[in-house]
Ligand binder design. Sequence first.
Ligand code: DMJ
Length: 425
Amino acid sequence: SSCISGNIQGATIVDALDTLYIMEMKEEFKEAKEWVEKNLDFNVNAEISVFEVNIRFVGGLLSAYYLSGEEVFRKKAVELGEKLLPAFNTPTGIPWALLNIKSGIGRNWPWASGGSSILAEFGTLHLEFVHLSHLSGNPVFAEKVMNIRKVLNRLDKPEGLYPNYLNPSSGQWGQHHVSIGGLGDSFYEYLLKAWLMSDKTDEEGKKMYYEAVQAIETHLIRKSSRGLTYIAEWKGGLLEHKMGHLTCFAGGMFGLGADGAPNDKTGHHIELGAEIARTCHESYDRTSMKLGPEAFRFDGGVEAIATRQNEKYYILRPEVIETYMYMWRLTHDPKYRQWGWEAVEALEKHCRVDGGYSGIRDVYNNHESHDDVQQSFFLSETLKYLYLLFSEDDLLPFEHWVFNTEAHPLPILHKDDGNKEENQK
Ligand code: DMJ
């Protein structure tokens, strides 16, 4: 019916395309491709999250194209990118969080501070949109994301930090909440990866990344009394000593950014990545299922443990394994493979169910209570990062590829790439 809005169907299939390809599951990849050709449809009355559709569908299609060279994926990616463009029709060009892709009408999450857009949402379009311009020859996609940068750079930042909320009409920050986990996370990731993906020509992205990390170290990174480094949340100058599972991706990010760190700080950034990996491993090790909770605290005598019932769940998230994979590639310390294998065994033991894998309601309990959901990022991220952790470094090497925030590999755009795509393989 025309007044009920639906969704774009096929997230799990599209999110898994590149994983199937990388794992050489040729039959399954072919089947998935045929599904995309016949059934993937963006002409639906759906109110979608611009961020989620971008990282899962646009990112998934772009990677499938670059890996396989199959034109259908390029075509679908550009078609979907065009559908997302009306989200940028705001006074500042900061996109809406939600968009009806039939009507082109956008709005923000009703819960977000003062009608704001979310940093981790509008800040996580850059990599995909640069590739959409590259593959379509249409500069509009890259222009939209470069404008987001411009708006951010005109604003004063409290203590050099980026608040999670920005109002797309006034161009002003909402609440001064800062997080390297939910609502903030992948914004920082994309500053670093934009620079890497540009073959290290995007000096603005580089500068923004390393300045942000400096502010994060000064204001958010702390050490517990028993020596665990963690990243707290900042609320208008006050720290909440809580670290989300989502925040654990930052270990890998610090490691990946270590090489370019200014002022001889390479070793320091690697060390920071290693410490975050260790803390996040502790959050897994201190549960009965050896799978980490959604959030853990450093408060009232506890360290790296969830204290609230509604933070004890595990929904097959990848961030801790992602950090193991980066730290393994960067250091070859065998502990990262050991820790990864512990996660494999725990997933098999506690999450495997008929027909797939399920999230767990309480990782501190001795009996699994399954939530009966297999998130699409389990196939795109968790399994892919595990596979890469136990593969050789020349499978999707960091010198040629960056992973979008949903683990979809995108080729680095070398300066002379303009008209030939072959050298990206
Ligand atoms: C994924 O969709 C992406 O990794 C995103 O950046 C954060 N949340 C999930 C995985 O936990």
